[in-house]
Design a protein around this ligand. Structure first.
Ligand code: 5GP
Ligand code: MN
Length: 343
């Protein structure tokens, strides 16, 4: 768990990359800004050294990430099963970016990856990484995988290849995963890297606009509804939560990504230390957890919601219906009340 790659990791990474002909870059299901940013940063970097990587996404990204250069060249597993099988079977090097357990790539991609014969290079910042031969570059103190991708390229001696496309992708992931440079994992090195990216000619204001100022009105109305009608505050447990059923989502023409950041609104309430958001999907309920301070939502999610993530931001799932799920959450919150309030 380190900022720095070991000399052995650098040597092995260089050899694997230089000798590979069929590189596949993978990231997690429901890709976010850091997933798309790190995957396409690596994609643009590998192209800059003469490689022709395939960037594989388990499923499509939300609309607010489609502007990223060559997003439209990504192979989307949900839309091309055969192409995905072939790419993974033929690969001689696989990058695993912004996830650290194969199941995060979804059932289909993870079953193919578990049979792959190619070596893996993992670059990731989530807690408790699994085994990833051959290179496992894990730094749970990093605010984003994207800043680790920058350090990886730098430490391998290739930062001279930094171009505007790579820089834009790296900035995208740092910006989205750090809450626009506000979370405590943001370090002097995060700002150093952001400075280098701006020095490379990056238009940071445009990236911000592309991500945050392209909302549809339906999305804002959904957020408005969720905050005014569905926000439940439990002040005695320093907890707030929001839930949305499929019917409610459909009422506002829900599109993937529309509720991103909603859980942070609940956390922003004065005195609230734990926030949760539950979104009903087709087969299960997706849960998002956020905390301020010491309450560890990674452990909370691992132990009770088949999930994980970071100490202050994690996700999981529930296979129960919404009422049962919310009841379970409230019971757990009452059980952990002291820990939550003390954090
Ligand atoms: P979000 O709540 O934004 O979906 O996710 C917050 C964090 O938790 C992200 O870093 C994400 O990668 C992680 N995460 C979200 N859902 C899951 C999950 O089902 N399993 C695990 N292990 N991590 C998750
Ligand atoms: Mn990330």
């Amino acid at each position: 768990m380190s900022r720095i790659l070991t000399p052995e990791q650098i040597d092995l990474s260089q050899r694997l990359i230089l000798n590979a002909n069929k590189i596949v870059i993978t990231t997690h299901k429901s890709p976010d800004g850091d997933a798309i940013g790190s995957a396409l940063a690596m994609h643009h970097f590998l192209k800059s050294i003469g490689k022709a990587p395939i960037t594989l996404l388990p499923d499509a990204a939300p609309d607010f990430l489609h502007w990223v250069k060559e997003y439209d060249r990504c192979l989307i597993a949900e839309e091309d099963a055969q192409g995905t099988e072939e790419a993974i079977a033929d690969a001689d090097l696989i990058f695993s970016l912004d996830y650290n357990h194969l199941p995060r790539t979804g059932d289909f991609v993870s079953s193919l990856l578990s049979k792959a014969t190619a070596p893996f290079i993992l670059i990731d910042h989530h807690q408790q990484p699994g085994e990833f031969p051959a290179v496992r570059y894990s730094d749970t103190s990093a605010c984003s995988t994207c800043e680790m991708v920058y350090r990886f390229i730098e430490q391998c001696g290739w930062i001279g290849h930094l171009n505007l496309d790579i820089a834009t992708c790296i900035y995208l992931g740092i910006m989205t995963d750090s809450g626009s440079f506000r979370y405590h994992q943001v370090s002097h090195d995060t700002h150093r890297i952001a400075g280098e990216l701006i020095a490379a000619g990056l238009d940071h204001a445009e990236i911000h606009r592309n991500v945050y100022d392209t909302n549809l009105m339906d999305k804002l109305k959904l957020i408005g509804y969720a905050l005014s009608e569905k926000l439940i505050v439990m002040p005695e447990h320093a907890t707030a939560f929001i839930s949305l059923t499929q019917e409610e989502l459909q009422r506002y023409n829900y599109r993937q990504g529309d509720t991103e950041g909603l859980v942070n609104q609940a956390l922003s309430i004065r005195g609230i230390k734990l926030a949760a958001f539950f979104r009903e999907g087709n087969n299960e309920i997706k849960a998002s957890f956020r905390s301020k301070g010491a309450f560890d939502v990674n452990s909370f999610s691992r132990e009770h919601w088949k999930g994980g993530g970071h100490i202050n931001a994690a996700g999981g799932i529930s296979s129960e219906n919404m009422n049962t799920t919310l009841q379970k959450f409230q019971e757990l919150v009452a059980q952990f009340s002291e820990k939550i309030s003390a954090s």
